[in-house]
Design a protein around this ligand. Structure first.
Ligand code: ZN
Ligand code: FE
Length: 256
């Protein structure tokens, strides 16, 4: 099985949509199209025909291009099956129990609620690519619009079961501000200091910081590091539960 080709498509001010192309079958999906025009331009540039639209959650900056792209190409819209009424133009509802069969691949669905109540991730295991929407960002996590800290901690813990070499494709370019926050709660983390420098250089050149991978996220993402002694000390929560540590990190980021 040849590896999928994955292309970043910058949308709006800081969103990423992604084209996922399977050379063997000719299938081509777009993940979280904020808008139609940049996605159509990227398809044309590569000479690919859109067959599927995958949505991680219903927010307009992830689904705004659904209807126009579907009308233009006939692509099928795939999204969380228990949120059909909020996913524009949805055709196929998926869940952990009903994963998405895409050509020769089985695309694993992870239910990771809290940013929204039905947020999902799409995991292409053989290709080492996971699309995490607004739940897991590079060095960050999404805001808790429809869930509790405990729910988000559980969702992030589920993502942490992915292997270290799993590439993480997230919904926004928030990496630099996430890194600047991260060093305030874990200033002694050497891997984090090095990554902040890398990200500053990359962003100064105007280049994307995505994809990340799960290994580096586990080392540097403060939202995955509730067991870090340094974070616990900085927060004054040495004896708290992981959920409470996570909740305090999230609370501080909300006010950063
Ligand atoms: Zn969102
Ligand atoms: Fe978003």
């Amino acid at each position: 099985m040849a590896m999928l080709e994955i292309v970043l498509v910058p949308c709006l001010s800081d969103n990423y949509a992604y084209l996922v192309h399977d050379r063997e079958t000719g299938l081509c999906a777009v993940v979280d199209p904020s808008e139609e025009a940049p996605v159509s331009a990227a398809l044309q540039k590569h000479g690919w025909t859109l067959t599927h639209i995958l949505n991680t959650h219903h927010h307009w900056d992830h689904t705004g291009g659904n209807a126009a792209l579907k009308e233009k190409t006939g692509a099928k819209v795939v999204g969380p099956g228990n949120d059909r009424e909020r996913i524009p133009a949805i055709d196929i509802g998926v869940s952990e129990a009903a994963p998405f069969v895409w050509g020769t691949r089985k695309v694993r669905v992870l239910e990771i609620p809290a940013h929204t109540k039905s947020h999902i991730a799409f995991v292409f295991d053989e290709d080492k690519a996971a699309f995490t929407g607004d739940t897991l960002f590079a060095m960050g996590c999404g805001r808790l619009f429809e869930g509790t800290p405990a729910m988000m901690w559980q969702s992030l813990s589920k993502l942490m079961t992915l292997p270290d070499d799993m590439r993480i494709y997230c919904g926004h370019e928030y990496t630099l501000s996430n890194a600047r926050f991260a060093v305030t709660v874990e200033p002694g983390n050497k891997a984090l200091q090095a990554r902040l420098k890398d990200v500053e250089t990359t962003r100064a050149k105007g280049e994307p910081t995505i994809p990340s991978n799960m290994g580096i996220e586990k080392q540097t993402n403060p939202f995955l590091r509730a067991n870090s002694p340094e974070i616990r000390k900085v927060l004054g929560l040495e004896d708290a539960s992981d959920t409470d540590v996570f909740a305090e990190v999230r609370h501080r980021k909300d006010n950063f």
